[in-house]
Design a protein around this ligand. Structure first.
Ligand code: ATP
Ligand code: MG
Length: 562
């Protein structure tokens, strides 16, 4: 049941409606929602919002939530998508009621309801082409024209519809339309299409059907058949609501109706969210796949290092709105940072290594130094990292001629090596072209971390012991688009705004030995750099890491400058 501080949080407008319904004793006090994806692509962060909302409300009110595949279009739907959707919902931490449901499970029922509509003279078979029908639709201010086939007899309509089902006609030759009102101000009520002919096998019903119901003739009835109490959908379906009700009113005479409530879809800055566009990026190989860590797909976010908790937290924070708006993608990045700050082990990783030899450190000596795993959570304990005469630091942590405020390493200056000693740079070694190849330093043996030494220096650097270091590949991901609204330019394609610097691969990183055999999705904070997670391409002894988010937000700085 509700926890205390949740009680205090004010209710969103959907919760208000639900609580009122409960108070009035509607639906026998039950809350039953559903998440109804069309299996024509992988889920994205917008779907995550809908999942968290539907499953979240069911959890909050001790109700139930169905996973229902709206699989009415055999052309674009595939088993691969069904499986990825199930996986993503489960990964987010939700459990659907019973078995997953499929709109295609209701094809027989829908077909008999279609015949019922014909018998009531509320539906007719139209022989016109799609173009002819579109030309008669009218505009929101002008009424449409009635089809010349609108007054066919019930018997003729039944015969033709049955022949359509039996496969007598080619695609596009005939369709079944509802007979409603060609002059309705609501365009969706102007004799909408109910069934079309498609000689395509379906991923679940195989060759059984060659006519398929339209989404509009399926959705409301599916909700009805499943006993859904609150049917939440995005704003664009508000204008479909009278049609769903009209269909139910023709075929069902009980008082129960699912209550449809519309909310604003999630839009994120620097992101495109339609499955069709995401599919285009996949098909045109502008990304490596649906799970490319730059994709706003749930599978991409997972591979990038997002946690289910961070996505649920994000969804909570943005709440539900009645009007369209755009959420700053920085808020999503903030949610994952906050979660990983609590969970991620702090480790040493040098992305762009510069070698240091500590000339006064005994040759061949190795010390095992203790370092804590997470200062935010003592229960995560500590581990041992090896220290030796040769180490790597980050190239950009050294400057030969530093400005005054540079507190890292420079000739004659001192820094602390995290969890180790204070070192001083004594000499810079170069190759014949003048590039710096190595630094010679000395260390102060009295300054070992944890030994009680009180000597302080301004800068602390991360490092790894050179003979113990593991070679790693590090993939630095950045935002996929470099425009706030890639979709919002009239004369330009969203692909024109792909960020050319969205992936930088570093193949020469050096990481501490504890990272030798990481498992995909293990999370870490590379100290002073950012949050990273192990990629599925990692092999034993050859780790690959994806950057989830940098510690400092370079985009916020850019925004301030401009
Ligand atoms: P897309 O246009 O990205 O393909 P869709 O709405 O066609 O999305 P569906 O598979 O039909 O995708 O969506 C399943 C559920 O997820 C629907 O209830 C839909 O309203 C919801 N949904 C889709 N996109 C968003 C979004 N950006 N924000 C909130 N809910 C969304
Ligand atoms: Mg859709």
């Amino acid at each position: 049941m509700k926890v205390e501080n949740e009680d205090k949080k004010s209710l969103n407008f959907i919760e208000n409606i639900i609580e009122e319904d409960l108070k009035e004793g509607k639906n026998k006090g039950e809350v039953y929602t559903r998440f109804p994806p069309e299996p024509n692509g992988y889920l994205h962060i917008g779907h995550a919002k809908s999942i968290c909302l539907n499953f979240g409300l069911a959890e909050k009110y001790n109700g139930k939530c169905n996973l229902r595949f709206d699989d009415t279009n055999p052309e674009k739907e595939e088993e691969e998508y069904v499986n990825s959707i199930k996986k993503d919902v489960q990964w987010l931490g939700f459990k659907w009621e019973g078995e997953p449901k499929y709109a295609s499970d209701y094809f027989d029922q829908l077909y008999s309801w279609a015949e019922k509509l014909i018998e009531k003279s509320k539906a007719y078979v139209d022989d016109q082409t799609a173009e002819e029908i579109a030309a008669q639709k009218g505009t929101p201010t002008e009424p449409g024209q009635e089809s010349p086939y609108r007054s066919r007899s019930v018997e003729e309509n039944l015969k033709l519809f049955r022949e359509m089902k039996a496969g007598k006609y080619k695609e596009g030759e005939k369709i079944l339309r509802a007979k409603i009102d060609m002059s309705s101000p609501n365009m969706h009520m102007r004799d909408p299409i109910m069934y079309r002919i498609m000689h395509k096998p379906h991923h679940r019903t195989g060759d059984k059907w060659c006519i398929y119901p339209m989404y509009d003739f399926t959705h409301g009835q599916s909700d009805y058949l499943e006993g859904i109490t609150h049917s939440l959908c995005t704003l664009e379906f508000e204008v479909h609501r009278p049609l769903y009700n009209w269909f139910l009113d023709q075929i069902i005479d009980t008082g129960y109706r699912p209550r449809q409530i519309e909310f604003a879809r999630l839009n994120l800055s620097y992101t495109v969210m339609s499955k069709r566009k995401l599919l285009e990026l996949v098909e045109k190989k502008r990304v490596t796949g649906w799970d490319d860590p730059r994709m706003p797909s749930i599978s991409g976010l997972r591979r990038r290092g997002y946690t289910p908790e961070s996505i649920r937290d994000f969804s909570d924070r943005i709440g539900v709105a009645k009007r369209d708006n755009v959420i700053d993608v920085g808020l999503l990045e903030h949610s994952v940072k906050e979660d990983l700050n609590k969970k991620a082990t702090r480790v040493m990783a040098v992305l762009d290594p510069l070698k240091i030899t500590i000339t006064n450190y005994p040759e061949g000596n190795i010390e095992n130094l203790e370092t804590i795993n997470n200062p935010e959570d003592e229960s995560m304990g500590s581990r041992i990292i090896p220290f030796s005469r040769e180490i790597y630091i980050e190239k950009n942590d050294f400057m030969e001629d530093p400005p005054r405020k540079f507190f890292r390493l420079a000739p004659g200056r001192e820094v602390r090596l995290k969890s180790a000693y204070i070192i001083k740079c004594e000499e810079v070694i170069r190759d014949e072209k003048g590039n710096i190849t190595e630094l010679l330093c000395t260390y102060d043996p009295e300054t070992r971390s944890g030994s009680g030494s009180t000597r302080k220096v301004k800068g602390t650097l991360h490092w790894v012991s050179a003979p113990h270091a593991i070679n790693a590949e590090v993939r630095l991901y950045d935002r996929l688009f470099n425009d706030e609204d890639p979709d919002g330019h009239k004369d330009k394609d969203f692909k024109d705004f792909l960020n050319p610097a969205s992936l930088k691969i570093l193949s020469n990183a050096k990481v501490e030995p504890s990272l030798k055999d990481v498992k995909a999705l293990d999370h870490f904070q590379f100290q002073r750099i950012g949050y990273f997670c192990a990629d599925q391409d990692s092999l034993p002894g050859k780790p690959v890491f994806n950057r989830t988010v940098p510690l400092r937000d370079s985009w916020a700085k850019l925004a301030k400058k401009s």
